[in-house]
Design a binder for this molecule. Sequence first.
Ligand SMILES: [Zn+2]
Length: 113
Amino acid sequence: MTQYQETTKENWIRTIIYVAVSVTVIIIGAIFLLPAYWYIWLILVVGSLFLLVIWHAKNFAYRCLKCGHEFEISTFTDFISPHGQSKSGGWKYLKCPKCHERSRATVIKKIKK
Ligand SMILES: [Zn+2]
């Protein structure tokens, strides 16, 4: 069974680094590829975003604000759902599979056993 824990500062630093690397690749790619090979650049953009979302969906889960149920979401849901950052941590606007209420679910870290 998968266990969860609160996200730590290290998780956030890692997320920020991955996002920063993706953005850098996209920007550098735009400079070199955009004039002649815009379609390769497009693949690069879609590819890096896709990898980032897959990584996020695999490593993080969510806790419902209304009932406390902890659940995982698919890569697709992760990609399309609105998310943000509050003082208490990251959140994602999701529908809970248990109580079927929509709330700003708290981001939690999956612990692999
Ligand atoms: Zn719930």
